[in-house]
Design a protein around this ligand. Sequence first.
Ligand code: EPU
Length: 344
Amino acid sequence: MNVQTNIPLSTLTTMKIGGNANYVVDVTTREELRQAYQNAKKLGQQVYIIGSGSNTIAHDEGFNGVIVHNKIPGIKAIVDDHESTTLQAGGGEIWDDLVKYSVDLNLSGIEAMSGIPGTVGAAPVQNIGAYGQELANTFISLDAYDTQTDAFVTLSWEDCSFSYRHSIFRGNAQGRYAITTITLKLYKKLPEPPFYESLQKRFDELHITAFTPQTIRENVLAIRADKLPDPTKWPNAGSFFKNAIVESWQVESIRQSNSDVLAFDQGNGKFKIPAGWLIEASDLKGEVLHGMKVHDKNAVVLINESATSYADLAAAREQIITTVRDNFQIVLEQEPLELDQPVS
Ligand code: EPU
């Protein structure tokens, strides 16, 4: 177990903002993880568990506690039958390594989530999703350390209460569980159309008609490379806002002034309006606000161009939320988590 003191959170998060954390503890086994939590408790320190920091926003004050850096490794097949393979992966694995592993086995279920930054342990927290797939679709269960009862537990799909970019881990149970492994059931059947609109468009343009997990992966990676800035070169946290889920009357009201409004029927009477569209239609695309750039290829992404503080980020966020609200009466919600409300 590697313990470091006074580490800048700007070095642990891809947005590259944030003051110091008292301690950062790397854990590579379940027992080390448990030890780290118990030691923190003895020292009266709060704990926040982090993967690769690609969906976490840290504060200027830093973190008065222990950051547990989940590095628990391992990817293996635990069940295999004629139609599916069940994979289990350690929370510290890089998510895209798991996707690649599954694609190399010709398995389908997470290939469209190729290239999402972050770790396996972070994936259930926000129920990651992209290009028509989301984690909840293949998720069977996860193992976690329950910081309240000091026991290892298994949580089922039902226990996690997944919804759009949400789960109990960022709701009622925030801070309670440290995810050690996840279990996914993937399929041997080839992926079939219809695919996510932008992916299908690319297949049509390239005349691709044979769909395998590998072709999906390659083409998703190509689309992402074009639209999503590489966080190792351009500090960012992926989509900075959630897409807005609204009522049909709201769509109609926007259509009065913006006939080109994008709205996707959710099948439950509600519609999804992409946050990127709302921001672009508010003329903010490409703008630099307080050192944060609204990405010129995808307005839902904020790139930290020259912001040095959380205060800069908060001012940029406020300006975007207010402008979109004034234009469309929709209040955008932030997608990445904030490292300010640890529970345990
Ligand atoms: N759009 C605009 N202007 C923009 C950006 C997008 O008009 O500046 C339009 C696009 O043309 C498209 C629609 O909005 O018609 C949706 O855009 P896109 O397909 O790029 O997806 P998104 O809704 O912006 C979501 C996820 C992404 C994921 C993509 C692809 C959220 C908050 N974001 O973005 O996830 O990669 O779908 O499936 O749900 C992330 O969570 O960090 C992330 C990048």
